[in-house]
Design a binder for this molecule. Structure first.
Ligand code: GDP
Length: 161
């Protein structure tokens, strides 16, 4: 059996959303910033048990404010990856409120939170930051090294079916 699911990437500018998609779909990483504004749609098939889940991954490039993201981007989404940058507190200071506002627009869908750029922090910083977060089950990822990227997308696929 196969199903198709719309997945959206949410999070501040520069946290690594596009890089995570690049890593997951194309097994690549680039140090360059993509500054084009627009929505990119990628897809990848993930196996959950004996089901093929086609993840249609929507990513907004070049948008610096979550508020400016059109509702149409979020509508119809079956799941979301909320990404922050563990090396930049401003990207996770309002995590709780931002997750709540996401839930207001698309209530009840599974949201997987990713603490990205794990390669930039040491164990001590990592432990301190993660223990203070208001949410559980955060995936520690690095689009640069590939750490847990596959697992994070797969976990969301499992939650969506
Ligand atoms: P977006 O605006 O959220 O889509 O962020 P990008 O994917 O464009 O990434 C912004 C910058 O962070 C780029 O220079 C990336 O190369 C870099 N970056 C993304 N993920 C990682 C990571 O896991 N580790 C490191 N060190 N840099 C990363």
């Amino acid at each position: 059996m196969s199903v198709s699911k719309k997945v959206i990437l949410i999070g501040h500018f520069g946290v690594g959303k596009s890089s995570l998609v690049q890593r997951f779909v194309h097994q690549k990483f680039s140090d360059q910033y993509i500054t084009t504004i627009g929505v990119k749609i990628d897809k990848k098939i993930v196996k959950v048990g004996d089901m093929d889940v086609t993840m249609i991954i929507w990513d907004i490039a070049g948008e610096d404010s979550q508020q400016k993201i059109p509702a149409s981007y979020k509508l119809g989404a079956h799941g979301a990856l909320y990404v922050f940058d563990i090396s930049r507190p401003s990207t996770f200071e309002n995590l709780q409120a931002e997750l709540e506002s996401l839930n207001d627009v698309i209530p009840g869908i599974p949201v997987q939170v990713l603490a990205n750029k794990m390669d930039l922090v040491n164990d001590e910083e990592r432990g301190m930051i993660l223990s203070r977060l208001p949410v559980q089950g955060v995936f520690e990822t690095s689009a640069k090294t590939g750490l847990h990227v596959e697992e994070a997308f797969k976990q969301l696929a499992e939650k969506m079916v």
